[in-house]
Design a protein around this ligand. Structure first.
Ligand SMILES: Cc1ncc(CN)c(N)n1
Length: 222
């Protein structure tokens, strides 16, 4: 399966994100509050765009089930994933609604968001965009499962964040994989390479997004 190969290829990237300070801060329950705040400011806007990009895929699909699935995902991104954000906001002792008002597309999130939009407008088949979007649920699921495996989260205020991404991603990932695997069966080598590159680059964007948050990256700090 094509998506299986992709997942194998990005294992070292996920391992390196796991060792980066943002995820280590989650593991040890001592992530600095400013990093959480910066993450929330960036991520609330990122998720808004993610929902909008799903909507751009709707005209690319013909099957009713696929369209219904995307509508469900738009709802999840807009209304469900906020639970994970509230866990972080409560941990940092901040007013979530007030904080996200100050959000911006900081350089690394800006790059990531535009990577997804480019593929949505550039290619008529949804698979190209899906490969750029799939690391969003996949990387978080893999990180959460890896953290949960340690079995040392009792009493960690960030445990609900880990639990959230351990449990809510399977169906979505299965759906995205099926779309891409089906397309890959008839795709040219050149198309396969673009799909692969999109997936790998988005995993790297995930790494940069966490580091952007940890390092409080802004446009002023060029
Ligand atoms: C940047 C980013 N990537 C992934 C996720 C998890 N859906 C997220 N909330 N934000």
């Amino acid at each position: 399966m094509f998506t299986k190969q992709l997942k194998k290829e990005v294992e070292p990237i996920i391992e390196s994100i796991y060792n980066d300070p943002f995820i280590q801060g989650i593991i040890h329950g001592n992530l600095k509050k400013e990093a959480v705040k910066h993450y929330l400011k960036a991520d609330s806007l990122y998720l808004n765009e993610f929902a909008k990009i799903y909507s751009l895929l709707i005209p690319k699909l013909d099957d009713r089930k696929g369209i219904q699935f995307l509508l469900g995902q738009i709802d999840f991104v807009m209304n469900g994933e906020v639970d994970a954000h509230y866990t972080l906001a409560d941990y940092a002792g901040i007013d979530y609604k007030a904080v996200i008002e100050e959000g911006e597309w900081y350089p690394s999130s800006d790059h990531y968001i535009k990577h997804m939009y480019y593929n949505a407008y550039r290619y008529s088949d949804a698979s190209f965009t899906i490969c750029a979007m799939a690391p969003c649920p996949y990387v978080y699921q893999q990180l959460a499962l890896k953290i949960a495996e340690r079995n040392d989260l009792e009493g960690n205020p960030l445990k609900p964040w880990v639990d959230f991404y351990c449990t809510n991603m399977d169906e979505l990932i299965g759906h995205l994989d099926r779309w891409v695997d089906e397309f890959s069966e008839t795709a040219s080598d050149e198309e396969l390479n673009i799909l692969r590159k999109n997936f790998v680059e988005s995993c790297i964007h995930e790494k940069r997004f966490f580091n952007m948050s940890y390092n409080i990256e802004t446009w002023e700090g060029y």
